[in-house]
Design a protein around this ligand. Structure first.
Ligand SMILES: C[S@@+](CC[C@H](N)C(=O)[O-])C[C@H]1O[C@@H](n2cnc3c(N)ncnc32)[C@H](O)[C@@H]1O
Length: 227
């Protein structure tokens, strides 16, 4: 599809899609991970697994939440998905400029800042929140993070992501300080999806009271919204 046609069809899809009832996140608490470090093809097993799960989904809508400088979107675009729509969201101005300057050739890509995203209503079949719902290395070796990164901030952002997940859509949360399984959003209508992958999560996990969990293996990665 050529570029003007692609833009028109995208605008039409947006206009026809029913508005979600996304809760808004308060700006001052929204930023979580401060580092913008990323790399091309950082999670190949996870990306491939989700590519397989969604290989037959038509008009696939993907969100890279915390896309940083765009390498995550480039990887999804170049290796794992074609003919999908991929939106990227970040909160860091310099990262957004870099992400917007990258070339994406196989998919329809748009990059939004956090506020534009939080005020939108678009829903997604697949949301990646990779190494964003954490404060690392600030929380490294700390036994109680309730002051520096309260569970409420994590819950607020994951509630927003959950509201933007289409029915039967997948949410992938990797390297987070808290467990999505502990949130009300998860309890509302989500299930854990058992998927094998080889990437290792290194960010410490904490209970909702901010205390470090002894079982570091706790905290799964793949979730599906049921309704
Ligand atoms: C370490 S990078 C991760 C990049 C990529 N997802 C990856 O895993 O390689 C974390 C990114 O999350 C962004 N970030 C932090 N809080 C955010 C928020 N509330 N909304 C969107 N992006 C956020 C940061 O600006 C940063 O670019």
């Amino acid at each position: 599809m050529d570029e003007p046609l692609r833009k028109m069809s995208r605008a039409l899809r947006r206009a026809l899609r029913p508005a979600g009832s996304a809760p808004k996140a308060s700006g001052h608490r929204a930023r979580q991970q401060m580092s913008t470090w990323t790399q091309v093809d950082r999670y190949p097993f996870i990306f491939r697994a989700m590519g397989d799960v969604h290989c037959e989904t038509t008009d696939l809508r993907i969100l890279s939440f915390g896309c940083s400088t765009g390498e995550e979107i480039q990887s999804l675009d170049a290796h794992y998905f074609t003919g999908a729509r991929i939106d990227g969201v970040d909160i860091d101005e310099a990262a957004l400029i870099a992400a917007r300057s990258k070339a994406y050739t196989n998919n329809d890509v748009e990059i939004f800042d956090f506020d534009a995203f939080a005020n939108g209503s678009e829903t997604y079949d697949l949301i990646f929140a990779m190494s964003v719902l954490c404060k690392w290395p600030t929380t490294k070796g700390i036994s109680d993070i309730s002051d520096i990164y309260p569970f409420s901030a994590f819950a607020e952002t994951t509630t927003l992501l959950h509201a933007r997940l289409a029915p039967r859509g997948h949410l992938v949360i990797f390297n987070a300080n808290y467990r999505f399984e502990d949130t009300e959003a998860f309890a509302a209508d989500c299930e854990v999806v058992p998927v094998m992958f080889e990437e290792e999560q290194f960010v410490h996990k904490f209970a909702p009271d901010g205390k470090r969990l002894v079982d570091e293996s706790a905290g799964v990665v793949f979730f599906r919204r049921l309704s």
